[in-house]
Ligand binder design. Sequence first.
Ligand code: GTP
Length: 376
Amino acid sequence: MASLCAPRFRSVCLGPSTGAQQLRASQSLLAVLVYALFAVVQHAEVVAGLVDFQASLWLTGFFMTGALGFYAVIRSGLNERLGSDPSLTLPQMVLGVLSTVGSYLITGPARGAVMSLMVLILVFGMFALRPRQARWLSVFACALLALAMVWKGATDPLQYPPAVEAVHLLFAIIIVAAVGTLTARMAAIRARMRGQKADLEHALEQIRLLATRDELTGLSNRRHMNELMAIEKARQRRTGQPMSVALLDIDFFKRINDTYGHGGGDLVLKTFAQLTRDGLRSTDVMGRWGGEEFLLMLPDTSAADAAQCVERMRSQLARLSADAIAPGLRVTFSAGVAEVGGLDELETAIEHADQAMYRAKVKGRNCTVVAGTLVA
Ligand SMILES: Nc1nc2c(ncn2[C@@H]2O[C@H](COP(=O)(O)OP(=O)(O)OP(=O)(O)O)[C@@H](O)[C@H]2O)c(=O)[nH]1
């Protein structure tokens, strides 16, 4: 029963969303509990005759309203629409500083203990504030405390003797400055770690791209093609659908290189890859198999349909004006198509496609041959 209630209680208190938003809600709820405890202690001070009841009531009203307000804003999700600090850390800490200074003003002889609360607030900031915010908060806390001390020293010197206030102020400045510096350092370390994490993610993405893509054409490389085909083959085994592969080899590519230079050859490869890829179904995958050779995988496609698809690519390529690459350049390719049969392994089908492509070359190039068919 308890285990059933716990998630429900959690969801009611922290909201249905998970991750960062739930963490924010739980932290603001924790702050509400800390303020409630603080109110209880303050009430004990009222009972002990150290704090005035009216003043305690006003202060308790102030910080409980503030804390519950922050919790309500975060629990409702409104904080996510409020700009760059959805955790509302800085405003929550400003509330903490104001409440602490308020408490210092009304606590009289026991006010020394209140100073430790200021440290607690700044330590909370260590985990969330940016360096600039942490410095700003330290200065704000010191300035506000100094004002409170000067004011009380001037208006209530019996309870707040100026000499004692001066000592309190000095200690407060030292402690707040030290904690503020540590907070700023911690924030800087966190910022550096965030940067390193982003660099690492970027590097991982680069490694993934390098491992799966052909650098020149942007197509899947041979290794990635093998992986994708193995996955597709496993799927095909389950569905019983046909699947075909086609090997496309640019004709007389050596001559293109010799005539237009290696740069011209590269441009032809890139243009060829772009053009042929654009005409494919989303499930078809085109990869660079080697040099000027490309492998096309066509799931749920018979060899005859695959050959038609390759012929469509051929007419698209024929319509391309290769003059943009080099005047008078004409690019054609020869292709071999093979169906990956029931028990045929992929390697066998690719071998058959390769042989068919070779026959297309022998036949005079710029044509497609389907494996297992007679060539006129
Ligand atoms: N520019 C460029 N050339 C490449 C690249 N990879 C391989 N090649 C060249 O592609 C040429 C392939 O030539 P061959 O294997 O003789 O084939 P081909 O000239 O296309 O003749 P057929 O295939 O019989 O029509 C070689 O000169 C390779 O150096 C590349 O990435 N860029």
